[in-house]
Design a protein around this ligand. Structure first.
Ligand SMILES: Cc1cc2nc3c(=O)[nH]c(=O)nc-3n(C[C@H](O)[C@H](O)[C@H](O)COP(=O)(O)O)c2cc1C
Length: 321
């Protein structure tokens, strides 16, 4: 009944229904910030109304503060950027003391992105954050090197991806989103592993490893030599990977990678992503998230689509060869 009532109201005022369910986490709309590109929210609060976001995902948090890599650690490339920040962050306890009180004043879903160098570290960060008021979900960044397995990323091996997901699930009641690295051969296989381990949702993609050289000095532009590529250059790859994953797992998938405007976001939603994250676009236009949200709403109205859920996963695969 409530669905019919909602639909009728929505025809009358012609506002599309935008809420999405991400593994039990109900977001007011499908537009989220991507971790590491929106700080801890404070940095953007004077530019946009934070309350309008579907969710705010904070910069990745580790058990102890980290200084990250030495500079230069950002390099602009054609249609994108390379970063080798090296997971610099204030650490989970300083986040709780100095950043969480600010975030609590908003009516917005807060998701903490977490990482570690060992499975135990992931568990500890999850245990510390889970009981706290104002934190609604965890996103596991499994692109990080596993020091106990020779530095191979947790997300590069299906067994380790399974293990870290299961370990965090065992210590939290919060919805757990696992964020996949694209630097693998079989992304759908990794997705399947984390789904079996109990992930409530999957987000993808993190950055693609790349590099850039100063030909005059014959040195790498980044002190770290390699960095993570983000921005429009990676969008077709992200879209293809999202499509592969939605066809393999039944848990919700969140699309990330090179989304600069509403049309980009719509591609991900049509392919089957239930929400999108906006990353590099925030550096160019601090209002990008809300511009994208408004653009999606406009598209739904223009196509007489009642709500976002009627659009998600409606790709007509006629282009298949
Ligand atoms: C400067 C920078 C810092 C990032 N930090 C994190 C992080 O702490 N945790 C994480 O999971 N992803 C991090 N990412 C990856 C983004 O969240 C996102 O997955 C990636 O940039 C692709 O999206 P985009 O092309 O829209 O930027 C970072 C990206 C950038 C550019």
């Amino acid at each position: 009944m409530s669905v019919v009532k909602g639909s009728t109201e929505q025809i009358n005022n012609s506002e599309p229904l935008m809420a999405v369910d991400i593994g039990g986490l109900i977001l007011k709309n499908p537009v989220m910030t991507a971790s590491g590109t929106f700080g801890y929210g404070q940095e953007y609060a004077s530019y946009i109304d934070i309350n309008r976001l579907g969710a705010l995902i904070v910069k990745g948090l580790s058990l102890e503060p980290r200084k990250g890599n030495p500079p230069p650690r950002i390099m602009e490339t054609p249609c994108g950027m390379l970063n080798a920040i090296g997971m610099e962050n204030i650490g989970v306890r300083v986040f709780i003391d100095r950043k969480l009180p600010f975030l609590r004043q908003f009516d917005v879903t807060i998701i903490t992105n977490i990482f570690g160098e060992t499975i135990d570290e992931y568990k500890k960060v999850a245990e510390i954050l889970s009981p706290l008021e104002g934190i609604h979900g965890l996103e596991l960044n499994i692109s990080c090197p596993n020091v106990k397995r020779g530095g191979i990323a947790f997300g590069a091996d299906p067994d380790t991806a399974y293990e870290v997901t299961g370990a965090v699930k065992s210590v939290t009641d919060l919805p757990v989103i696992v964020k996949l690295t694209p630097n693998v051969g079989d992304i759908a296989g990794i997705a399947e592993s984390v789904a079996v381990a109990g992930a409530n949702a999957i987000s993808l993609i993190n950055t693609l490893t790349g590099m850039s050289v100063d030909i005059e000095q014959r040195i790498p532009h980044l002190k770290n030599i390699t960095g993570g590529l983000s921005g429009p250059a990676i969008k077709p790859i992200a879209l293809r990977m999202v499509w592969e994953v939605v066809n393999r797992v039944s848990i919700p998938v969140i699309g990330v990678g090179g989304i600069m405007d509403a049309n980009d976001a719509l591609e991900f939603l049509i392919v089957g992503a239930r929400a999108v994250q906006i990353g590099t676009a925030n550096f160019i236009n601090p209002r990008a998230t809300l511009d994208i949200l408004e653009g999606i709403e406009h598209y739904l109205k223009r196509h007489h689509i009642m709500g976002i859920n009627d659009l998600i996963g409606t790709l007509i695969p006629e282009g298949e060869t």
